[in-house]
Ligand binder design. Structure first.
Ligand SMILES: [Zn+2]
Length: 65
């Protein structure tokens, strides 16, 4: 019984960790409104430069579905 509890706990921990890392990846995702390029920018600035077209793009909240 205790072993089952430990296994369940480990599984939940793993799932939560995956969700968090996925969310973190999404937070850095920027979609260029000019050319539609999707890229990652780890900086926290609201305005980033698109690597594809070189325009300044305003960071938008990416909504999870
Ligand atoms: Zn662009």
């Amino acid at each position: 019984m205790a072993l089952l509890g430990v296994l369940a706990l480990l599984w939940v921990k793993q799932v939560v960790g995956q969700r968090l890392s996925e969310r973190r990846r999404h937070r850095y995702r920027v979609v260029c409104s000019v050319c539609g390029q999707v890229f990652h920018d780890p900086a926290r600035e609201m305005v980033v430069t698109c690597p594809a077209c070189g325009r300044h793009v305003e960071r938008q909240e990416v909504l999870d579905i």
